[in-house]
Design a protein around this ligand. Structure first.
Ligand code: FAD
Length: 167
């Protein structure tokens, strides 16, 4: 059975600080939606439990790829199309470029984000082997501050990660 759009609320504050404020005001109530390639499939199938959605799409502070002297920083809102076309990713992180090009079709890669792939936590996610091989770290952000965890410690179980409470 298809989901009912009227059962859901969607806000798009348009800035990272706006999103963090909303989430902090009602902890646990707001679910981020980025490209929507996981969540909209769940909605279409009538199994999207989240009632309050906050859009990350189009937020500039999340969609960037920055080359630094000792590392590369990938914004969680970067799409797999962004990743597979970036010259430094192609030359220095070829496994990541390759895995980005494997994800769905080009249409899917143009919406699907790196952050969505990580947080969705499918054991079949194509970005995971590359992130592990390159010793990636994940930066977690809230109104209270930021912290970094090695990607190897990010997933704590099937579709579970360190952002969630145990259980
Ligand atoms: C036709 C099709 C083919 C696909 N093929 C592949 C494939 O080959 N390989 C593969 O790995 N995947 C595939 N996928 C799955 C999907 O496209 C990816 O997992 C994608 O990266 C999800 O990103 P998104 O931005 O669309 O996530 P969304 O649907 O927006 O969100 C997914 C989850 O991540 C959370 N989230 C998103 N961004 C953030 C953030 N910045 N911070 C905190 N939480 C966040 C959401 O709350 C939600 O729980 C496919 C999907 C479809 C529909």
């Amino acid at each position: 059975m298809r989901g009912d759009p009227e059962a859901h609320e969607l806000l798009a504050p348009g800035t990272l600080s706006g999103v963090l404020k909303l989430i902090a005001a009602e902890p646990g109530k707001w679910t981020p939606i980025a490209g929507g390639t996981e969540l909209m499939v769940a909605h279409a199938a009538g199994r999207l439990a989240a009632r309050k959605l906050v859009s990350l799409w189009g937020i500039r502070e999340l969609r960037f790829l920055r080359v630094e002297p000792e590392r590369m920083v990938l914004g969680s809102g970067s799409t797999f199309y962004d990743l597979r076309k970036h010259p430094t990713i192609l030359s220095e992180f070829p496994l990541l470029a390759k895995s980005a090009s494997w994800i769905g079709s080009v249409a899917n890669q143009s919406r699907a984000t790196l952050g969505g792939n990580l947080v969705n936590g499918s054991p079949a996610a194509d970005s995971s082997p590359a992130l592990l091989a390159y010793d990636a770290e994940v930066e977690l952000m809230s109104e209270c501050g930021t912290r970094r965890v090695p990607y190897a410690e990010f997933h704590t179980g099937y579709k579970r990660n360190v952002r969630m409470r145990p259980g």
